[in-house]
Design a protein around this ligand. Structure first.
Ligand SMILES: Nc1ncnc2c1ncn2[C@@H]1O[C@H](COP(=O)(O)OP(=O)(O)OP(=O)(O)O)[C@@H](O)[C@H]1O
Ligand SMILES: [Mg+2]
Length: 299
């Protein structure tokens, strides 16, 4: 457990430019997340949400700046130390990332693999204590009766609940969730989001969850961090905040001129191409006509 005085995550002036990229995916991002806080990263596609989440558990390394997670300087960790930190940070993904052909229970058990040596095949190869723990987590997410079904026979919402149970096998202190309900229908979405909050409260988990829906972010998070083009453009608690206020701040930055300019550039280029093609066709036609006249037998 972290000391409750120190943030669970402390990000300072983080910048990330992927190899070969012209523009940074993240720029000047500073952010502290307190233990037990439920933070939503809100942003459009490409705003840097996944990149930011991946820095928290060391799946990406900063180009500049630093990330300290659970008192560990993430970029300085290697091998066993990095694995140990990742063991304290659960991650759930938009596409659930279950092994479809395995049973639900075995999928959950794989969440405990980091505590074991060597590969495991089949539920029975896991220690009894882990099997009991996994069944307990499945019960908690309401899926005990599905334990021995193939994971790919479950609905999307159920699969995401399995992924939550799998993450719990690590006894994480931080839970990162990258658009966990983007593939789900509204009803399953609310169930999954409610479940994450309940479990976070029961276990005093710190949660950082990316979303792109303003309403969901507002109703679910304690705090919203808005990203736009890799920068933090909004960082505020959700108490008393209205949708209009978020839209005003977020919407204003979400429709800045850069996108429109990019579109206009593209359009201008397309128009130029059409003009060139038309000119070429006209020239060809003229040439053919001239040839036709030249080849015409005199009357
Ligand atoms: N592995 C990578 N290599 C190169 N560029 C990347 C890589 N991952 C992301 N990017 C680029 O970095 C920027 C931020 O991407 P990121 O995936 O973090 O955004 P996002 O907010 O998660 O978007 P989405 O909502 O679509 O998931 C984008 O311009 C993206 O194209
Ligand atoms: Mg993403």
């Amino acid at each position: 457990m972290t000391n409750s005085d120190t943030p669970a995550v402390r990000i300072a002036d983080l910048g990330k430019t992927y190899p070969g990229a012209k523009v940074p995916a993240l720029e000047g991002v500073s952010l502290s997340v307190e233990p037990g806080e439920i933070v939503v990263l809100l942003g459009l596609s490409g705003s840097g949400k996944s990149t930011l989440l991946r820095h928290v558990n060391g799946l990406e390394t900063p180009t500049v700046g630093s990330v300290v997670s659970l008192d560990e300087k993430v970029a300085e960790l290697r091998g066993r130390d990095l694995r140990a930190l990742r063991g304290r940070i659960g991650f759930i993904f938009q596409q659930f990332e279950l092994v479809g052909a395995l049973s639900v229970l075995e999928n959950v058990l794989t969440g405990g693999l980091s505590t074991l040596r060597g590969p495991r095949v089949g539920v029975i190869t896991y220690p009894r204590t882990l099997r009991e723990k996994a069944l307990g987590h499945l019960d908690r997410v309401g899926l005990l009766e599905f334990a021995y079904q193939r994971a790919d026979q479950l609905s999307g919402g159920q699969q995401q609940r399995v992924a939550i149970a799998r993450a719990l096998m690590q006894d994480p202190e931080i839970l990162l969730a990258d658009e966990p309900v983007a593939s789900l229908d509204p009803e399953s979405s609310s169930q999954v989001m409610a479940l994450i909050r309940e479990i976070a409260a029961e276990r005093s988990l710190t949660v950082i969850c990316s979303l792109h829906q303003v309403d969901l972010a507002l109703s679910w998070g304690d705090r919203i961090v808005g990203l736009r083009g890799g920068r933090v453009v909004l960082d505020t608690r959700t108490d008393g905040l209205t949708r209009e206020e978020v839209m005003e701040i977020y919407g204003r930055v979400a429709t800045t001129t850069s996108e429109i300019e990019a579109l206009e550039d593209e359009l201008a280029e397309a128009r130029e191409q059409v003009r060139t093609q038309e000119a070429q066709r006209a020239a060809d036609a003229r040439e053919r006509l001239t040839e036709d006249f030249a080849n015409e037998e005199p009357a």
